[in-house]
Design a protein around this ligand. Structure first.
Ligand code: FES
Length: 150
């Protein structure tokens, strides 16, 4: 089985995996970074969102072979203690219900706010619309992104 060198949360990892293994499964099964969730596996739900070179990307669609030489950040690496402004806003607004989609939501929101630190409501809605929440916490999610932007 081939080996791949990955930079994840500012640490280097060497993993063995089939060349077409999605990054999602390398994160979860080989590196035990289980904060990144599996929802659909086909790029439709956003549960698996991580940052790749600072941009939000769905780790179920990125092959491990494509992830070499990229800077990958997972929810575990967004802050050392859960104190990233988006995480703080999530707590302040008390967003989660079942919580399953939240790491993907937070990774999408944090990448978006880096590019647009003063977004309008419609820009927030547009940025977050691809992240599905089966509890339909969309109003709370949008409110938390607004709070994080302040
Ligand atoms: Fe990747 Fe749904 S698991 S988008």
């Amino acid at each position: 089985m081939p080996t791949f060198n990955l930079n994840i949360n500012k640490k280097n990892y060497t993993v063995e995996a089939d060349i077409d293994t999605p990054l999602l499964w390398v994160l979860r099964d080989k590196i035990n970074l289980v904060g990144t969730k599996f929802g659909c596996g086909i790029g439709q739900c956003g549960a698996c969102t991580v940052h790749v070179n600072g941009n939000a990307m769905r780790s179920c669609l990125l092959l491990v072979s494509q992830a070499e030489s990229m800077d990958i950040t997972t929810i575990e690496g967004l802050s050392e203690d859960g104190s990233h402004p988006v995480q703080e806003a999530w707590k302040e607004v008390d967003v989660p219900q079942c919580g399953y989609c939240q790491s993907g939501q937070i990774m999408t929101a944090s990448a978006f706010l880096k590019q647009n630190s003063n977004p309008s409501k419609s820009q927030i809605r547009n940025a977050m619309h691809g992240n599905i929440c089966r509890c339909a916490s969309y109003n709370s999610i949008e409110k938390a992104v607004e709070v994080a932007a302040k």
